[in-house]
Design a binder for this molecule. Structure first.
Ligand code: URA
Length: 246
């Protein structure tokens, strides 16, 4: 791949700003900090690029111009399985997004759990996001049976003793009598359901509303969209900087 020569293409800071990395000034700072590479080499301020030919990365993350990597944010409906293929013939999350390139879900939501799920063919990011020694915050809305009292909420906040060990403390906000916003950073099987059940308030409906920096209140059940380059970068930073799970 030929490096674009001075005089060809668009100035790097302009390209980055156009792709959503912030103002021209913010992008100049990213370049000055050495965070941007073009075709594998740290780029200098004023460098010109041709987005059709040059591979651009910010903090090691491809900037949506390197072909091949895709990142979908899906609003998973209830009744859809989080696997690539289901042996019982039930609908799967991968059937809700484009076939090509082939993508895989990052982590899983239970059959009846709804809400945000990331699918990608970026194996490295998937590994970082799902590695057991790291935990990215995941936020859920839990509609529970009954009206959790302060004691039950306190137990969730402290950590609940489950059959696979005590959970890390959850962040819990009581939004309404039977509606909790619960944030956890571990990824145990059916964790929110088991925690709520264990304190006496089983979950009736569970919706994931945030994965690290990713939110979307506009996506309806069954809909998906691609992440913006800025979201990919944010997610990658979060995955890199996520706290070790104790
Ligand atoms: N916790 C659960 O109980 N179920 C999910 O799908 C995700 C988190």
């Amino acid at each position: 791949m030929n490096d674009a020569v001075e005089g060809d293409g668009e100035r790097l800071q302009k390209t980055l700003a156009r792709l959503g990395f912030g103002s021209r000034r913010v992008c100049e700072n990213l370049i000055a900090d050495g965070a941007v590479t073009v075709n594998g080499s740290v780029a200098a301020l004023g460098r010109r690029v041709d987005v059709d030919h040059d591979a651009l990365e910010v903090n090691g993350i491809p900037v949506g111009i390197r072909p091949g990597l895709v990142y979908y944010l899906l609003h998973k409906p209830a009744g859809v399985v989080t696997t690539a293929a289901d042996t019982h013939g039930r609908p799967t999350v991968v059937e809700l997004v484009p076939d090509e390139p082939r993508v895989f879900p990052v982590g899983r939501l239970d059959l009846e759990t709804e809400g945000l799920l990331l699918l990608t063919n970026d194996g490295e990011l998937t590994q970082r996001l799902t590695h057991p020694s790291f935990g990215v915050d995941k936020e859920y809305l839990a509609h529970v049976e009954g009206e959790p009292h302060a004691g039950a909420v306190g137990k969730l906040r402290k950590g609940v003793d489950l059959d696979d060990g005590v959970t890390a403390p959850a962040k819990v906000a009581v939004l309404d009598k039977s509606l909790l916003r619960i944030t956890i950073h571990e990824g145990r099987n059916r964790q929110v359901r088991r925690m709520c059940e264990a304190v006496g308030f089983p979950v009736l409906r569970l919706v994931r509303t945030r994965i690290g920096p990713l939110r979307d209140t506009a996506l309806k059940a069954g809909e998906w969209r691609e992440l913006t380059p800025e979201e990919v970068l944010d997610l990658s930073k979060t995955a890199g900087a996520a706290r070790p799970v104790s």
